[in-house]
Design a protein around this ligand. Structure first.
Ligand code: NAP
Ligand code: MG
Length: 483
C-alpha cells in the first residue's frame, strides 16, 4: 500500500477524525496510487483553525526578521528536496519533470524573497500639519489566513500564498487541491521541519466543497486567499463578504496573443506553442486565443502546425516527453467536450482533437495538442476557459481589430503581442485590459518579484507576489503620536 499522508494540526501530524483516506492517482497511469491523503471533515478543520487562532498572538509579536529566519531554513530544506518533490508533482498531476523541477526551484526562490521581506520597511512617515507630532504608517497582520489552492502549480501557488502570509505575521490553514495534496503536503513538511512554531502553519486535506467552503464560512478565519476557477472563487468571495472577512481571488483566463504583421513569426510561433501547450494548457496564463493579422496569417499557421507536430505527448517522467496528460478524467472530458463544441460551432479542426490511447498512453488522460482555424471570437471555444492544449486561431484585419477582439472577453489575466513596431507595442500596453501585458514574450510567464493578478473576472482586483503581497496580508495602521 502506498504511503498515507496526514494533516498538520497544531504542529502534530494528525489523522482525520473521519478515519477516511482518499487516493491520489497518477494521471499518466491511473492504476498508480501516488499516495493516500486524509479526507477530512469540518471538525478536523475547526481544530486546525483553533490552533492557528491560538498561535496568532505569539507569531504576530515575534520580530519580523525572526519570522524570516524560519522561512530561510524552509528554503534550504526545500532546496535539498527539489528532485523528490518534482517527481511527486509529475506523478501526481502530470506536468513534465523539467517543468516540475523549475516550479519547485521557484518555490525555493519565493521562500528566500519573503524571508528577506522580514527585514524590509513596512511603512512611511507622513508629514503632519501639527509640528509637534509624528505621523507614520505601520502594518498589522490579518490574523488567521485560510489558503485554498488549485492543482496546476502545486508547489508555487501554496508557497506564494502561505509564505507571505507567514512573513507578515499571520497564521495559516492550507487546504490544497485534492489532485495535488501529496505534493502540497511535502511542501508543508519542509516548513514544519524548519521549526515553525506549533499552530502557525496547519494543513487540512479534503474536499473543496467541505474543507474549502468550511474555510470560507468559518468565523475565525480573518482572510482567505484563493486561486482556482471563477465559479468556485465567486462562492468563496460571497461567503467571505457575508461575514466581513478579507478575501483575494485569483481565477481563470482566456489569454490572447496578438501576432502583428511586423512580428518575428518564428518567435511568435515558439511563444504560442510554449505559452499555449506547456503544462498541457493547464496554466491560468496559458495562451488560448491566437489573433493573427491577415497578411501573415497563412505563413504563421503553417509554421505553427509544423512546430506542434514536433510535440511528443506522454508520461512527464520520460525525458523526451514535452507534454503530459490532463490532470484527471473530468478535465480530459471537459477538454474533449470543448473540442466537440468547437466543431459544432463551425470552427475548422486543423490539427489534433483526439484522445490518445496508443500503447503506453491508454491508462492515462492524454489528448493531442489541438488547433482550430477560422474561429470567431463569439464562439464558446474563444470565450470559455478550456484548460487544455487547445489553440483557437482568429484572423484580423489590423492591430486595432486585434486588440478589440483580445479585449472582448470576460477575463483579463494575461495577454501578449508580437510586433517590432514601437507604436504597436505602446498601443497594446495602453489599451489591453489584462493584469499582465507582455511584448514579444509568451503569455505564461510570471516573475516572483513582480505583482501578479488579473483584471475583469480573472481576479478580485487584488494582486499577489512581489511587494504587492503585503497589501492583502496586512492592514495599514495610520499612527499619530504627540509627545
Ligand atoms: P477549482 O476547481 O476552482 O479548485 C480550486 C480550489 O478550490 C481547490 O482546492 C478546490 O478543492 C477548492 N474548492 C472546490 N470547491 C470549493 C468550495 N465550494 N469552496 C471553497 N473551495 C472549494 O480550480 P482547479 O480546477 O483546482 O484549478 C484550475 C483553475 O484555477 C482554472 O480556472 C485556472 O485558471 C485557475 N488558476 C488561476 C490562477 C491565477 O493565479 N489566476 C493560477 C492557477 C490556476 P478540490 O479541488 O480539492 O475539491
Ligand atoms: Mg492525481
Amino acid at each position: 500500500m502506498s504511503q498515507i499522508y496526514l494533516n498538520l494540526v497544531n504542529g502534530e501530524w494528525t489523522k482525520s477524525l473521519t478515519g477516511n483516506i482518499e487516493e491520489s492517482r497518477n494521471p499518466a497511469n491511473y492504476h498508480e496510487v501516488v499516495g493516500m491523503v486524509q479526507d477530512s471533515n469540518l471538525e478536523d478543520l475547526d481544530k486546525a483553525i483553533q490552533a492557528a487562532n491560538s498561535a496568532k498572538e505569539d507569531w504576530r509579536k515575534l520580530a519580523a526578521p525572526e519570522r524570516g529566519v524560519f522561512l530561510q531554513k524552509a528554503a534550504d530544506i526545500l532546496e535539498t528536496k527539489i528532485d523528490e518533490i518534482a517527481e511527486t508533482m509529475t506523478k501526481e498531476m502530470g506536468k513534465t519533470l523539467p517543468e516540475a523541477k523549475g516550479e519547485t526551484a521557484r518555490g525555493v526562490a519565493i521562500l528566500r524573497y519573503y524571508a528577506g521581506e522580514g527585514m524590509r520597511k513596512v511603512g512611511d512617515v507622513i508629514p503632519s500639519t501639527d509640528d509637534q507630532a509624528l505621523m507614520f504608517t505601520t502594518r498589522a497582520p490579518l490574523g488567521v489566513v485560510g489558503v485554498i489552492t488549485p492543482w496546476n502549480f502545486p508547489v508555487a501557488i501554496p508557497i506564494w500564498k502561505m509564505v507571505p502570509a507567514l512573513a507578515y505575521g499571520n497564521t495559516v490553514v492550507l487546504k490544497p487541491a485534492q489532485d495535488a495534496s501529496v505534493t502540497a503536503t511535502k511542501v508543508v513538511e519542509c516548513l514544519h521541519e524548519a521549526g515553525i512554531p506549533n499552530g502557525v502553519l496547519n494543513l487540512v486535506t479534503g474536499k473543496g466543497s467541505i474543507i474549502g467552503q468550511g474555510i470560507a464560512d468559518h468565523n475565525e478565519v480573518n482572510g482567505i486567499t484563493f486561486t482556482g476557477s471563477d465559479q468556485v472563487g465567486r462562492k468563496v468571495g460571497q461567503a467571505a463578504l457575508a461575514r466581513g472577512a478579507k478575501y483575494q481571488l485569483e481565477m481563470g483566463g482566456k489569454n490572447p496573443v496578438i501576432v502583428a504583421r511586423d512580428a518575428n513569426l518564428d518567435l511568435a510561433v515558439e511563444a504560442t506553442v510554449s505559452g499555449g501547450l506547456k503544462s498541457t494548457g493547464q496554466k491560468c496564463t496559458a495562451t488560448s486565443r491566437v489573433i493573427v493579422d491577415e497578411t501573415v496569417y497563412e505563413v504563421f499557421k503553417k509554421k505553427l502546425i509544423a512546430k506542434v507536430k514536433e510535440i511528443k505527448v506522454g508520461n512527464g517522467l520520460m525525458e523526451d516527453v514535452w507534454m503530459g496528460p490532463s490532470v484527471n478524467e473530468h478535465q480530459l472530458d471537459t477538454v474533449m467536450s470543448y473540442i466537440e463544441k468547437g466543431k459544432q460551432e463551425g470552427a475548422d479542426l486543423i490539427y489534433g482533437g483526439n484522445r490518445l490511447e496508443d500503447e503506453g498512453l491508454k491508462n492515462g488522460y492524454f489528448v493531442e495538442p489541438t488547433i482550430f482555424d477560422h474561429v470567431e471570437n463569439d464562439m464558446v471555444i474563444a470565450q470559455e476557459e478550456i484548460f487544455g492544449p487547445v489553440l483557437a486561431l482568429i484572423k484580423v484585419a489590423n492591430l486595432e481589430e486585434g486588440i478589440q477582439i483580445a479585449n472582448d472577453s470576460e477575463f483579463g489575466l494575461s495577454a501578449s503581442i508580437f510586433t517590432s513596431n514601437i507604436q504597436n507595442m505602446l498601443t497594446f500596453i495602453d489599451d489591453m485590459e489584462a493584469g499582465l501585458v507582455r511584448v514579444n514574450a509568451e503569455s505564461a510567464g510570471v516573475e516572483l518579484q513582480a505583482p501578479f493578478g488579473g483584471m475583469k473576472n480573472s481576479s478580485s482586483h487584488s494582486r499577489e507576489q512581489g511587494e504587492a503581497a503585503i497589501e492583502f496580508f496586512t492592514s495599514i495602521k495610520t499612527v499619530f503620536v504627540k509627545g
